[in-house]
Design a protein around this ligand. Sequence first.
Ligand code: URA
Length: 210
Amino acid sequence: MLKHLTVVDHPLVQHKLSLMRDKTTSTAGFRQLLREISHLLAYEVTRELPMTTRAVETPLREIEAPVLAGKKLALISILRAGNGLLDGILDLIPSARVGFVGLYRDEETLKPVQYYFKVPEELQDRMVICVDPMLATGNSSVAAIDLLKKAGATNIRFLCLLAAPEGVQRMQEAHPDVPIVTAAVDEKLNDQGYIVPGLGDAGDRMYGTK
Ligand code: URA
């Protein structure tokens, strides 16, 4: 069983994350690093995919070889920054089903409001991996997972690149059944809700919008 929080401390992950934190890293470099790091994080978050066997004939003899079992897993990207992690995971798992959750923050209530929700069918029969690079306050992650549970998902993982302690705690309180996999847990959130030291706005860094 994955623990509630797994920090992937592999040297390649930590090295790539440090390059991503560097404010002089270009947009192209940031996107490429995110793609590479998402391969390594995907390896960790998919550890518990169910397995079966099937008969395979090697050039020498037949064996019962291990293969993935069950329905294709579902990758759910929280727009827009989730797409950076999604692209890399799809390199590894090209047949995964894909969904999108769009949320914005209501400036009066400060609560997340859904503007887009499209997910694969039969979520209840799939492992669901929800991706967003930054687990900051946890508000959008908790809201996205609420929506996924309402749509039937019962076996959910949350994958991010960086987390704030505040976001981890919020997720632990709201969704203790959803393991979180991340490359690092940083020091804190600042008054604007940015992770410190962090890497800035992941969407802007990825798409060059600032
Ligand atoms: N979202 C980001 O992109 N960066 C943060 O630091 C926090 C939330």
